[in-house]
Design a protein around this ligand. Structure first.
Ligand code: DHB
Length: 621
């Protein structure tokens, strides 16, 4: 029966090839397949190889590559188990030729089938597409390189792929770790530290494209921690990005005040910790060009998520429960991760660095004071701080000029149009809008979070009686005078707060490119520019703003969100996290948003609550 089916498929394939040349029918979509001879450069030496163009990708014979890489730093052996039709590949082992390598034969496109055979590199099943053509396995060079530790780039002028051996494999090495211990609340935590793992095979800067992974020892001896075991443990994914600067990965330890950091708390509660480093806006290459401008930081975090998915089978923990955590620019990046899962906009950038071909959506997001929605943040800032003229930010202290005050008024009125265009609603359905003066249901809604926050502070014993902008009646916070409250917390940034007219802000630097350090990213500031700095690429500005993706069918969005913005935080307007949280809630995602009382621009200050929230959303799943 099986043989007859197989024969039938072969006849059909032959007929298709005869009638159309090279169209081969896959299960549900027809694929072009074309026999070609390709030049490939391996460690500087050019060779001709058989290759098949299937869809948009060239597939090469695994045994040809094995033979060519034999005795190089990326050599590998192949063992085929005919009984189970499984292919076992061992990096670092000598290749034993079978005699059919490196021959340039006839077109065997008619004998092409998608291979369902098990494919293992060490213990990891390689899920990349593989084709059996004339009885041999064919894969793309990139997929081979990712699994076997050689890099693949493309020489555009010669139109040839370039293989460089001895690079980074994306296959997680379970045996390469250091044993570590930490003591928390008199409890000893034993864990394995896997540090400095490069998460792409073609890194721009390996100093910033690596991940540190920490795994409780219990998971290697079949034990559980609380509700979690080696299969179910969630993966806490904290980044340390600040100011959109290059960021190193985190490691479990203690903060300056002696309390445990989030990574250590995570380990103690049975989470796997996977902390990615990422490129940032000031990073330069050996030729002095900028290598970490937008969208590098988000691309890197996505590549790290993909690395975890790629290795899910062999790494303790559940890559379907990745929870990013970050503060400020790092909080903006966790929000972006949560809002842009698998979106094709990022694909070319991920391909360029040879990230794993995996999904990059995440399960839940923890975001502290996200400095996000940058292209609308100037308007939001003036909506909140118009009328307050003294600023004090990063050593720049001053009073707004007449021109700046005029710009502030303009930006404030533009914010009304922006908010009204969003069509946001309160959970009870009330439309959130503003009038030309910046008043309305949206403002009341923002205030309601401040009122809730003050109420919580009051109910837990905080004395608010000296704050005359709060109306308290019988232990209930009735109202907060928004303008007086803003005068109390003071304005931090000048006008415009983010897209500075002299293009000197951190965000101007984020949106630079390889050769230009600072760019504008709003039409408004470009129009009023004092330096003539260029406007950043519209698509890149789009890619840095989660608001552009929430609700998009092409993005997979995290189901659960915890967003915190301290009630004393003036690094961005309160409107920014409120808009983000509300948009998510309106699109059906579960959002826990609060503005903790008295808290300035900071994160990780409520780790017990954060981990309770994570434990609960994991249970809810
Ligand atoms: C950060 C703070 C800012 O005020 C800003 O504009 C960008 C980033 C930060 O702390 O990461």
């Amino acid at each position: 029966m099986k043989i007859r089916k197989y024969l039938l498929i072969l006849i059909l394939l032959a007929l298709l090839t005869l009638s159309t040349g090279q169209v081969w029918a896959n299960t549900n979509n027809a694929q072009e397949i074309k026999f070609t001879i390709q030049n490939v450069i391996i460690d500087g030496k050019e060779t001709k190889l058989e290759a098949y163009l299937i869809g948009n990708n060239y597939y090469f014979k695994l045994r040809d590559i094995a033979k060519l890489l034999d005795e190089t730093a990326s050599e590998f052996s192949i063992t085929y188990d005919a009984k189970t039709r499984a292919v076992f590949i061992m990096p670092g082992e000598e290749y034993k030729p079978i005699g059919s390598e490196l021959t340039i034969g006839k077109n065997k496109a008619a004998l092409c089938i998608l291979s369902k055979n098990l494919f293992k590199v060490k213990d990891l099943t390689i899920k990349a597409p593989k084709y059996l053509i004339g009885g041999y396995h064919y894969l793309t060079l990139r997929d081979m390189g990712n699994a076997l530790g050689f890099s693949v780039t493309y020489d555009e002028s010669k139109k040839v792929p370039i293989i460089t051996t001895g690079k980074f494999s994306l296959v997680f090495d379970v045996d390469k770790y250091e044993k570590k211990t930490a003591t928390l609340d008199n409890k000893i935590i034993n864990y394995r530290a896997y540090e400095n793992i490069i998460y792409v095979t073609n890194p721009v800067d390996p100093e910033y494209q690596y991940i540190n992974i920490y795994i409780p020892e219990e998971y290697f001896v079949g034990k559980s921690i609380g509700n979690y075991n080696a299969n179910t443990a969630p993966i806490f994914f904290p980044n340390r990005v600040g100011g959109y600067m290059p960021a190193k990965a985190d490691s479990p330890g203690f903060k300056q005040d002696g309390s445990p950091n989030a990574s250590l708390v995570a380990l103690s509660k049975g989470y796997i910790v996977a902390s990615p480093a990422a490129r940032g806006r000031t990073l330069k290459g050996v030729d002095s060009s900028f290598t970490g401008k937008a969208p590098a930081c988000i691309v890197d975090l996505k590549a790290a998520v993909r690395y975890l998915r790629y290795n899910d089978e062999i790494m303790p923990g559940d890559a379907e429960k990745i929870i990013p955590n970050g503060t400020s620019a790092g909080g903006a990046l966790t929000s972006l991760l949560g809002a842009t899962g698998n979106h094709p906009d990022y694909e070319p950038y991920l391909e360029e660095i040879n990230a794993a071909k995996e999904r990059d959506d995440v399960f839940a997001v923890s975001s502290y004071c996200p400095i996000t929605n940058l292209d609308n943040a100037d308007m939001a800032y003036e909506w909140q701080f118009y009328g307050i003229n003294d600023y004090n930010f990063a050593g720049r202290q001053g009073t707004l000029s007449e021109e700046q005050i005029a710009l502030s008024a303009k930006l404030k009125s533009m914010f009304t149009d922006y908010v009204n265009s969003l069509n946001l609603k309160k959970p009870d359905g009330t439309l959130l809008i503003l009038d030309e003066k910046g008043n309305g249901t949206f403002k009341d809604f923002v205030k309601s979070f401040l009122i809730q926050s003050a109420q919580k502070a009051l109910s837990t014993g905080k004395d608010l009686s000296t704050l005359d902008f709060i109306t308290i009646e019988n232990g209930t916070v009735k109202d907060i005078d928004f303008e007086a409250y803003n005068r109390y917390i003071t304005r931090m940034k000048p006008v415009p707060a983010f897209d500075a007219l002299d293009a000197s802000s951190w965000e101007n630097s984020l949106f630079g490119d390889k050769t230009i350090d600072n760019k504008h990213f709003t039409k408004f500031s470009k129009m009023h520019s004092l330096t003539g700095a260029p406007l950043a690429d519209e698509k890149i500005v789009k890619m840095m703003n989660p608001m552009n993706y929430i609700g998009s069918k092409e993005a997979t969005i995290a189901k659960y969100w915890r967003i915190r913005h301290g009630a004393k935080d003036r690094d961005t307007s309160f409107a920014i996290p409120v808009i983000l949280a509300t948009k998510l809630q309106n699109e059906g995602y579960k959002v826990d948003f609060a503005m903790p009382w008295g808290v300035p621009h900071s994160g990780d200050y409520d780790l017990d609550e954060l981990f309770n929230w994570m434990d609960n959303v994991i249970k809810e799943k």
